[in-house]
Design a protein around this ligand. Structure first.
Ligand SMILES: Cc1cc2nc3c(=O)[nH]c(=O)nc-3n(C[C@H](O)[C@H](O)[C@H](O)COP(=O)(O)OP(=O)(O)OC[C@H]3O[C@@H](n4cnc5c(N)ncnc54)[C@H](O)[C@@H]3O)c2cc1C
Ligand code: SF4
Length: 515
């Protein structure tokens, strides 16, 4: 443990969490380096409540150690507890308790944790211990909890698009007074092109590990080397300066095509034109607004088109803020939702990548190597398959929480439980994102090299997504039959010959039995 000497009473112990690595963190802004002590701790309870990908753990520990060093350079006194330090109790609340034993008279000051679980743990501990605690709202988001609740209050349906418009007005991003840039709020209709393999694909900026990061890599290899996922090569940014370089690199190299190919998938191309910035934004190395301003600047300078820039900004001030609002409105209990009553265990190949479905093997394989898959892979490949197969959404949720470097419950759970599994019954989306192999074939080149035939609907060798799609709809008709957005699909089913229907359902049964 590294620690600088404490001074006065009447001072604060400022707890800084692993996803609070921001110089403008409210609790740091409210503190005083001459009086207060910062506490940061690597603890097993946080590193192993799900089997996190080794790259994710390494990223967070390395970024935390660098951030602590930056705080020291700015004059803060920092008590930093490393995972293997003698005396490390391996729990955050216990580390706070230990620090306060050494610092009598200090009160606990922190910014609200992003996850309900940790917020509750700390609140309950403070009450039990009778420790004065001040928890500040996290102002690094664009909408406060109260603003989201006010917006949601009284609405029959919560739809991201309307919330997003509010956020555009609030931030002034891509606005001319009250009017949206280009006369429209949303340019998504221009954003659904399949990619071609002759396009130039930039890679995200890669960073060489320094001595501090190498020490973390050794630690993670030793302690978490058996978790799903490859630790090396490790190339993530671990400081704010590096993350800002990654942002510039994205804005210059990939942003111009971000919109066009946002939904595309290509064999061997793991990042396409995606930013790979979510892990930096979620850990606090980059602010969501500064990212949007950088991207908006590219539009005003003429280096990126409006459909790309609007699409990107919508993901951040629209989707990212919207899912956070849903999470805090719905917790506790949201991660237990199971609208379809699905009970199947998560198939083993989610952890091994060993499947002859080429699209699934690609998404899981790159997840293992990079702790990354882009949105459409998460939603329309691994997520879609799990929902069609009737996998227990809680198991799906825990998998996503473990395997992605950008995964924190507040953002992961609404995307998995709500968007991808429809386990909240339609709070977040108006219909399930269920699709047959046809969608994957349209948006990717995976099917050409697959053991299955995407054009074959049933029987041996048929793409498993085809019969599973119909089986899912039929199985859940009582719950989905009245959804107007699915009326046409159910009419198609009803018009099918009964023999054909049986072939679909028999094929699905055979696939599910093999899982
Ligand atoms: C099943 C499923 C699970 C997901 N789990 C996570 C997760 O754990 N953590 C996470 O940050 N995102 C999650 N997402 C949202 C999205 O897939 C990731 O944010 C994105 O793939 C991260 O890669 P990127 O930085 O290259 O994003 P880009 O494609 O470059 O998008 C730009 C930014 O927009 C934001 N963003 C885009 N879509 C969303 C969204 N639906 N919700 C919130 N923010 C969004 C992210 O900050 C992202 O960096 C999930 C989506 C699905 C369907
Ligand atoms: S044929 Fe089916 S399983 Fe194979 S890659 Fe295409 S969609 Fe995936």
């Amino acid at each position: 443990m590294t620690e600088d000497t404490p001074s006065s009473s009447d001072a604060n112990l400022i707890l800084v969490l692993g996803d609070q690595l921001s110089p403008d963190l409210p609790s740091l802004c409210a503190g005083d380096p001459d009086r207060d002590i910062v506490l940061m701790a690597e603890v097993a309870s946080e590193a192993s409540y799900v089997p996190h990908h080794p790259k994710k753990i390494a990223f967070l520990f390395a970024a935390m150690r660098h951030f602590a060093e930056e705080l020291r350079n700015e004059g803060w006194r920092v008590r930093y507890v490393e995972l293997e330090d003698t005396g490390n109790s391996q729990s955050l609340s216990r580390e706070v308790e230990r620090a306060l034993e050494d610092l009598p008279g200090h009160a606990l000051l922190l910014t609200e944790p992003g996850e309900y679980r940790l917020k509750t743990e700390l609140e309950e501990w403070a009450e039990r211990a009778g420790t004065p605690m001040r928890m500040l709202e996290d102002s690094r988001f664009i909408a406060s909890h109260a603003e989201f609740r006010d917006w949601a209050d009284g609405r029959k349906q919560l739809r991201m698009e309307y919330f997003y418009r509010e956020m555009r007005r609030k931030t002034g991003l891509l606005m001319h007074g009250d009017e949206p840039e280009g006369g429209r709020w949303n340019f998504d209709s221009e954003n659904r092109k399949p990619a071609r393999d002759d396009l130039f694909m930039p890679r995200p900026l890669e960073h060489r590990p320094d001595e501090t990061t190498e020490a973390v890599l050794d630690l993670v290899e030793r302690r978490f080397g058996d978790n799903f996922g490859r630790l090396k090569p490790f190339w993530f940014a671990v400081t704010r300066a590096q993350a800002l370089d990654a942002l510039d690199h994205f804005a210059e190299e990939a942003l111009p095509c971000f919109g066009d190919y946002q939904d595309a998938m290509l064999e061997g191309e793991r990042f396409l034109y995606h930013s790979v910035l979510a892990l930096y934004i979620n850990a606090g190395l980059l602010g969501p607004l500064e990212v949007c301003h950088r991207v908006e600047r590219a539009y005003h300078e003429g280096s990126a088109p409006l459909n790309a820039v609007e699409g990107f900004i919508r993901q951040i001030i629209g989707w990212r803020e919207f899912v956070r609002g849903i999470y805090w409105m719905q917790m506790p209990g949201y991660t237990e939702q199971n609208f379809f009553g699905a009970t199947r265990p998560l198939p083993d190949f989610y952890w091994s990548g060993e499947t002859d479905m080429a699209c699934m093997a690609a998404a899981i394989g790159q997840t293992r190597d990079e702790a990354y898959a882009h949105h459409i892979q998460r939603l329309m490949v691994t997520g879609n398959f799990a929902m069609l197969a009737g996998v227990d959404p809680h198991e799906v949720h825990e998998w996503y929480l473990a395997v992605y470097a950008d995964a924190y419950e507040w953002v992961e759970a609404p995307n998995v439980i709500g968007m991808s599994q429809f386990a909240d019954g339609g709070l977040l989306g108006s219909k399930p994102y269920a699709a047959s192999g046809n969608y994957i074939n349209k948006m990717s080149d995976h099917c050409a090299g697959c053991a299955y035939d995407v054009k074959k609907k049933t029987g041996d060798g048929a793409c498993p997504f085809n019969p599973l799609y119909w089986d899912f709809l039929v199985r859940n008709r009582k719950k989905l039959g009245n959804n107007p957005r699915l009326a046409q699909v159910y009419r198609t089913w009803d018009r099918m010959e009964s023999d054909r229907q049986s072939e679909y359902l028999d094929s699905a049964r055979a696939i599910l039995d093999r899982l």
